[in-house]
Design a protein around this ligand. Sequence first.
Ligand code: PLP
Length: 364
Amino acid sequence: MTKPAPKEWILGISAYVPGKAASDDGRPLIKLSANENPLGTSEAAKQAMAAAVDLATYPDPAATKLREAIAAAHGLDPARIVCGTGSDELLHLAASGYAGPGDEVLFPRRSFAVYDIAARRVGASPVIAPDADYATDVDALLAAVTTRTKIVFIANPNNPTGTMAARGEIARLHAGLRPDILLVLDQAYAEYVEPDEDDGGLDLAKTATNVLVTRTFSKIYGLAAERIGWSYASADVVDILHRIRGPFNVTTAGQAAAVAAMGDPDWVAASRAHNSRWRAWLASEIAALSNHGLRAVPSKANFLLILFDGRLTAEAAMKGLMEEGFATRFLGGQGMTNGLRITIGTEEHVRAVAARLRAMAESA
Ligand SMILES: Cc1ncc(COP(=O)(O)O)c(C=O)c1O
């Protein structure tokens, strides 16, 4: 042996491919590839961040003010909130705490790429349940549970499809799982969902002992650069996450910015309204191209998954949009060679994307 040997299961991981920000020849692109907030960040959050100038001391390891702000906004117990370096850290902590070699981690086909990485990183086996026309299929998930299943991950709304399982479906999934299986409800896009369509995940996590809800400040709150996520679960699950999380896992500036962002509900409402309006507009533009084989999967998130089943391929559409100055997410690497995920941008961006897609579809 001439060099350190990694754990054998680590070699089974394909590294996460982040959304592109530049063209293949290095030109900067407008990023519609990572589901960030096209309107940016609330002024209040920017100011709070600028005021958090103490760089020499560690952040509050307990993120006390942030947890209190989250608890007040959602009617939760602050002691049961765990913050993370993005919700990504929390997804990995769930896997580290509850699964290992010989265990199975279950999630739907066409869901968030990190679930596979989180499972393999701890030596567990990823198990993929079929989806139902791009949506989470609760019966298929329940049918795929075995005695070795330790965790079920679902994103709701789901990335990269944008589909959402309704409250009743989430309740049915939870009711069908053994109580020793941890159900991780990844709600990274929950703030884009209209309040009356809430999936009930946080309510479930208030009482169930095997539910972990994760949320993020990276999407509607426009703080992706600061890497701030949070989660809610039973006291027992919280205890496990605290034992293994990074002790200073959210920066001082990030904590201050997130508290201020929560204190600016008008910004969140404006971002949601912008997204709903332009997502519906883009979806109708795509519907008008159905005779060219284009279809948008119904989305509750801040992006649309567009399927290309005519002469214009998803890859060609991605390249054409790149020429137009836009980075989008081609999903060939995730086995969807006909899929292109496009974040809802500003009005100008959405109109330019639709115009280019129409021109390409009509001339293909
Ligand atoms: C479904 C889902 N979960 C989690 C995340 C991770 O977000 P973050 O680590 O920025 O909180 C993302 C980011 O794209 C996502 O789409």
